[in-house]
Structures are given as C-alpha cells and as structure tokens.
Design a protein around this ligand. Sequence first.
Ligand code: 3UK
Length: 509
Amino acid sequence: ELHYPARLNCGAALLDVAVARGQGERPALHGAHGSWTYAQLLERVDRIAHVLRGPMGLVPGNRVLLRGANTPMMAAALLAVFKAGCIAVPTMPLLRARELATIVAKAEVDAVLCAAELCAELEQLPACPPVMHFGSAGAQLETLMAAQPATFAACDTAAEDVCLISFTSGTTGVPKGTMHFHRDLLAICDTFARHTLRAQADDLFIGTPPLAFTFGLGGLLLFPLRIGAASVLLEKLTPETLLQAIERHRATVCFTAPTFYRQMAALAGRFDLASLKKTVSAGEALPVATRQAWQEATGLRMIDGIGATEMLHIFISAAGDDIRPGATGKPVPGYRACVLDEAGRPLGPGVVGRLAVQGPTGCRYLADERQRDYVQGGWNLTGDAYEMDADGYFIYRSRTDDMIISAGYNIAGPEVEDALLRHPAVAECGVIGRPDPERGQLVEAHVVLRPGHERSAELTAQLQDFVKHQIAPYKYPRSVVYAQALPRTETGKLQRFRLRAEAAAKEPS
Ligand code: 3UK
C-alpha cells in the first residue's frame, strides 16, 4: 500500500525533496546543448513557476498546454506547471492545428507554453489562448525568467488535485483527455519503477517516447527524478542516433517501443552498448522474435510492460529472472489484474477475455461518456484481449476490437505477426482482417521487407508456408500485401485501422 500526505505537490516531491536531501550538485538532465544539475533544474523550474503565476497571471487550477520535443526546457516547463499548482496538458510535437484546437477546447486551456520552432501550427488556431515561447535565443519565457526570483514555494495542492490531463493518441475517433492527480505521478514511480524496474541513483535514463506521452513522462522524467538519477532528453531520435547516444552518454536504462528495438537490434553490433543494464519495451506487444533479436544483440532480457494513458503507466510487466517469453508478465506490485468474460465474470486460466486492472492509478476521463465503458465495477477495462496461464502470467492476444474473425475462427493479428517476424525477409508487418464475402474476414498481412529481399509470388507462398508450420494453419495470411512502410502513431503504435481502411477500399482480389 502506498501512503501519501493529504497535501502533496508532485513537483516539490520530485525536485525540492531531491535537492533538500543533498542531490543539488548531481546531474539531473542532459540535453543536446548541455547538462543541468538538480540545483540548476530546480532554479529554472522555480523561475518558470513565477512567470506562470506572475506575468502570465495564472492561478492554481488553470490549464497550461505544453508543446515541445523532449528537451530539458520542456521538462522544466512541465515541473513548473505542477509546482505552480496548475494543470499540465502536454501535447505531441507532431499534432496539427485541427487536433490542437480540439484539445484546447476540450481541456479548456488557459495558456500555452510552446517551443519556439513549433509555434507556427498554433497561429492557425481559430481561438488560441495566450502563447509564451521558449527554447530559442531571446525567447519570451527565458527573458521573463531572468527577472524572476530564483526560488518558488510550491503551491500547497491536495494529493488528489488534478495536475495532468493527458490525451490518448486516438488511434480511432476523438482523443480522450485523462486526468491524473499529484499522487498518481508519484504512485507510478513507487510501483513500476521501484519494484519492477528497480533502477538506482547512479542510473542514466534514455529513450524515445515524447514527454507528452505518459510512457515518456514517467520513464524519462518522473522515474529518474524520484530515485535521484539522471536522464538524457534528445529530440528526433532514430534507431541509429539512439544507439549512438547510449554509447556516448553511457546510458544504463532505455525506454522505447518494440519496432525501435527491432531496428536497433540489427545495428547494435556497430556500437559499444556495455553500459546498458535495463531496457523497457511498451506501447504495443513485444514479438518473441524481437525479444530474441535484442537479447542476441545485447545480452539483455527485455522488460516488456503494458501501460495505458488511462492508467498513467505500466501495470503488468516482468523483470529480472521472472520473465516468461510470450507473456507480458504479472501485475506490477500494487496492481491487480484479471480476465473477464463479456458479462464481467472472471475467467479461469487458458481462456481469452477482456483484461481488467485495478490499482493506485486509474481512468478518469475528462467529460467523456466513454468513462462507463472503461471503468466497470471498479475495474479498468483497457480494451485488450488477454489470457492468464496456470501460473498467473498474463498473455497478450490483441486489442479486443482487432480480433480477426475468419470462417468462425478467432484469430489474433499479433500472433500471426509474431510468426512472420521470425522470417529473415520480414522487417516489419501488420496483420488485419479484410472484409471477405465468404469467410467474413480474411487474414491479410502487410509486410515491409528487409533490404535485399524482393516481393514475388514465390516469397508470398514461402511466407504463408512459414506461418503454417509455426501456428495453426487456419491462421495463415491468405493475402500478403507488400509495403514500403507501415502507418504508425507518433508513439510507435501500428495503426491497424488505417490498414483496414486501405484493405476495404481495394477491390477484392
Ligand atoms: C497497448 C501494449 C501489448 C495496449 C503506454 C506504457 O501505450 C501506452 O498507452 P496508450 O494509451 O495505449 C494503451 C494500449 O497500448 N499496449 C501498450 N503496451 C503494451 N500491448 N503489450 C504491451 N507491452 O493495447 C494498451 O491498452 O498509448 C505504455 C506506459 C504508458 C503508456 N501510456
């Protein structure tokens, strides 16, 4: 059980506490243009908090939209919003004006802090709240900061005051805002980071997820600060530049998505990755072939964890010696999980059903009628089809609404993808159900080939045979479509709905 005081400000609990216990001179954040110690980070955060509450005229409870890539300044802005008692509404750097307008309206945003290079998109909003630029020479925020006092007494917030509104990446439909309390931001540190990840003060964190995605907010900012460690914040990383950065900074803990690990595994031989101790994969299912390729390339056993914006971070995972390939793992200490049938009754081991979780964090949609779909009887229903094995390990099957039903069979796309990814010609793939007059849906694989392989009828037949030899033959892809790339979200998730739309638009072959 976690216990937090009734009055709690997560910004102060993460930063002021670290400096008070003597961390001041230790490194906190490394960016492309230099490093900040804990004391330097605290001073910047406090000056920004003064700007928010002074010149910007904000009061506790006001909502501040944040827009910026992963940089130390973006991290400082987030922490300042928490310390000022305001509510952070972080947004993905790639969002366009129309999406930003929806968020501004839905979250009732009062002010915007925006990295200078990303401001153009905001100017196209029909009604935009006041914008303050940061992160360039002579930017408004930095200019105002210089004139502010160097220390700010954190706003006396309640542990259960909202401090974060995080929008889901919206793979389908309108993005949903999820609300999280000050204590929730600490709870993810004190559950997953403390008990599963078990990182230490001398660890150095690195990775790709945006700070605007709770996977990145936790992994690259909250976790390192909570344990007194440091974090490397870099923009526009590719598999190659991330490997370079790990080598150069001697990073020890890495957070990214399965496709990134798969591409990094192929390049890892060219880099000295001896510093790496722990690597966390989340965002979508980790294929067994990717887990193996990564382990062969680095000697590291991947920590796979399922998290969700609604739950704030990872709630089922495995680490250390307790890793069962093919399973995500067991509930993170502090969380409970089970598999339910359509009527909400618990299912025993070996049966696929709806994943339900419960713990110190949970779903609170901002004014959204979908709240009652996600939270039922005190359980959070994540929309994932899972099965539990006899030893209590949770095995991912697919998203509930991604299950393919073909000629009466239930087929999970990721299982077919898993099989295809073991083939040396396959770089990436996505498997969907395509409408079919005879079978209802037809299993269709969208395949990106590795360099040096060419599409051909022979290769298609070979891939189909390859799948039939690994899993039940009725699951093999009756249709194989070759593509240059697959549609993905900014968080690395495959957009199956786009593949489905593409397939539906085509004439039946
Ligand atoms: C899927 C996974 C299988 C799953 C997230 C870590 O991904 C995050 O949040 P989102 O709101 O999406 C949630 C959905 O993504 N998923 C995530 N991780 C896994 N499926 N294996 C996994 N390891 O469908 C889930 O319901 O974008 C991940 C931390 C914070 C996050 N917000």
